[in-house]
Design a protein around this ligand. Structure first.
Ligand SMILES: [Zn+2]
Ligand SMILES: [Zn+2]
Length: 581
């Protein structure tokens, strides 16, 4: 959200009024911080021994309405560090935030609202509380979060609010929430029998059923089919490694307590891999490489393991065992441009299959370094800046709807992140292409250039679907389970209306299966109506009804998406399916 946008100021100002309301009812509460969010705002608070409950939310809401009608001004003032530390002497959180800001050299400003309240804050805010839309906000949720997202720090209570510029905006948001609930991938995944969880296995560790596995394979096969033409080769690596690999790559430091550790018979320490890149570098370095061998492109559907916090886990959207359709291209600096263009082409082909690679749905962020914090990046030899220019040049050439985002680059290089909007207008970052100058150096990866010199290749990290689990959760919700024909685990259900027609049903089933379509036939003793209902609940795109009155050699084909009934020969059905596949 743009800091200078009206909605940012509105949401941020609401969070200050929420703090006032909280402190009125709980004078001993320690307020910590209150940023705007994508749909509203929250304030994080340490309530000490007091307990805040659902019913308090109504009181906060009432109080905020009163504050709005009092038309209080938001006034910016500067304070010294000493003044703030004195004021916050009983609030260790604000004291720490004051120290942090002072250390970063940020100006210490406050916003005053009314007689008795101010908040350490760099703004911006609305000018007066009456500028806030009194009828398009609500205080609606309590949850917990660690101070500075650090498990070792105290757990704070967050009071959440929702706010939009207009009443209509809030109503549309509520409609969207209702629709999102209907499309919840956890519900649909269960109904369509795609995946399950087991207490014995553990949370965040999804188990994919035959149907779910089929879908996963259809997605990855699609990517493989496309990328094969661009010279990508598949590799396979183990799921664990000696800790040494990550010490060398720098991930040991970066991932820290997110790593799952494994112990074996030896006293060597092993870990589950949190990413595939370091392993892939070792395949590169196994042989001497010449510029003639490059680009070398390794890909695999690699499962990585990250010890995400319990509270962060969500269905298959946030899991601890993540399958990445991961790829690494090792190339010369001169090859970067063409290499990235080809990756974009793969992304384009893949998402076109989901009708998502268009003006309506696609946005791209070009994540570059923060000029104010050069120490965060490997900028020394000028390659980083050059890489940023290359990525931008490609973004322009490929006509990508991109936005430059300062400070979002990885420490090793800039990247292009691809965001796609789902049917509810929610944007998901799925595909990515990242330039990396750091890892080849860390691992002493070399190639002999045409001038006989040994040089470090550039490493390009890329994922097309991203995390397969998350990609599936997005697609389940995007299609509300009504997948396109080619992606359906079951494409057609054959339903004989009476037992004496089972033989005829078996014949058409066999015919379609032999032609590689996924067919399920229902020979149960259930009533015909029930069989049709069950197929519809499974969101199967076609059913073939085998009835008494069908003309000789013909079948009735019905569709999930239309009322149309067609009476066709097996060959005609096949022709129709082949067109849609
Ligand atoms: Zn503020
Ligand atoms: Zn990588």
């Amino acid at each position: 959200m743009d800091k200078n946008s009206k909605i940012y100021k509105i949401r941020h100002s609401f969070s200050h009024l929420l703090a006032i309301a909280i402190l009125e009812k709980f004078p001993d509460a320690k307020i910590v911080s209150g940023p705007p969010t994508e749909t509203g705002f929250f304030y994080g608070v340490d309530f000490g021994k007091e307990k805040v409950e659902e019913k308090d939310l109504k009181d906060f809401q009432k109080k905020i309405k009163k504050l709005i009608s009092q038309n209080l001004a938001f006034i910016k003032e500067e304070k010294t560090k000493e003044e703030l530390l004195e004021f916050y002497k009983n609030n260790e959180y604000k004291k720490e935030i004051t120290e942090d800001k002072a250390k970063d050299g940020k100006p210490l400003t406050i916003y005053k609202t009314g007689e008795n309240f101010f908040d350490l804050c760099s703004g911006p805010h609305v000018e007066h509380s009456a500028d806030l839309p009194i009828d398009s906000f609500r205080i609606d949720k309590i949850s917990g979060a660690y101070f500075k997202a650090d498990e070792k720090r105290p757990m704070l209570t967050r009071i959440y609010g929702t706010a939009f510029e207009t009443k209509e905006g809030l109503e549309n948001h509520d409609k969207m929430l209702k629709e999102a609930e209907k499309r919840d991938h956890r519900k649909i995944g269960k109904k369509l029998d795609l995946f399950t969880f087991s207490d014995l296995v553990g949370s965040g560790l999804p188990l994919f059923t035959p149907k779910g596995t089929l879908m996963r394979n259809l997605i990855t096969e699609e990517i493989e089919k496309i990328q094969k033409n661009f010279g990508w080769q598949k590799v396979t690596i183990p799921h664990i490694t000696k800790k040494d690999l990550y010490e060398k790559s720098g991930h040991w430091e970066k991932f820290g307590d997110e790593l799952f550790k494994v112990s074996g018979k030896t006293d060597q320490e092993f870990v589950m891999k949190p990413m595939n890149c370091p392993h892939h570098t070792q395949i590169y370095s196994a042989n001497p490489r010449s510029y003639k061998d490059l680009p070398l492109r390794f890909s695999e559907n690699g499962v990585v393991y990250r010890d995400e916090q319990q509270g962060e886990l969500l269905g298959i959207s946030r899991v601890r065992a993540i399958t990445q359709d991961d790829g690494h291209s090792f190339c010369t600096p001169e090859q970067v441009e063409e290499e990235i263009s080809n990756i974009i082409l793969i992304i384009k082909k893949f998402y076109t299959k989901f009708e998502m690679f268009d003006e309506k749905n696609l946005s791209v962020s070009l994540s570059i370094s923060d000029p104010k914090k050069p120490e965060k990046y490997m900028l020394e030899d000028g390659l980083f800046k050059k890489a940023e220019e290359i990525l931008e040049k490609i973004a322009i050439k490929e006509n990508l709807p991109y936005k430059k985002i300062e400070g979002e680059a990885a420490f090793y290089g800039p990247k292009l992140d691809f965001h796609f909007k789902d049917a509810l207008g929610r944007s998901w970052q799925l595909a990515t292409a990242q330039l990396d100058f750091s890892m080849p150096k860390r691992f002493d990866l070399l190639y002999t250039d045409s001038d006989g010199q040994k040089k470090n290749p550039v490493m390009i990290h890329r994922a097309i679907a991203g995390s397969l689990e998350r990609f599936m959760s997005v697609m389940i919700e995007h299609f509300a389970g009504e997948f396109p024909f080619w992606l359906c685990p079951v494409q057609v259900s054959v339903i004989p209306i009476a037992e004496n027609l089972n033989q005829k049903a078996k014949e058409i089933t066999k015919f379609l299966e032999e032609n590689n379509f996924r067919v399920e036939s229902d020979y149960s003793k259930e009533s015909f109506g029930k069989k049709v209902r069950s197929a519809k609940e499974q969101k199967i795109p076609y059913f073939i009804i085998v009835g008494e009155r069908d003309p000789e050699g013909k079948f009735t084909l019905e569709s999930r998406d239309s009322e149309e009934k067609l009476v066709l020969t097996p060959e005609e059905i096949l022709e129709k399916f082949e067109k849609e596949n």
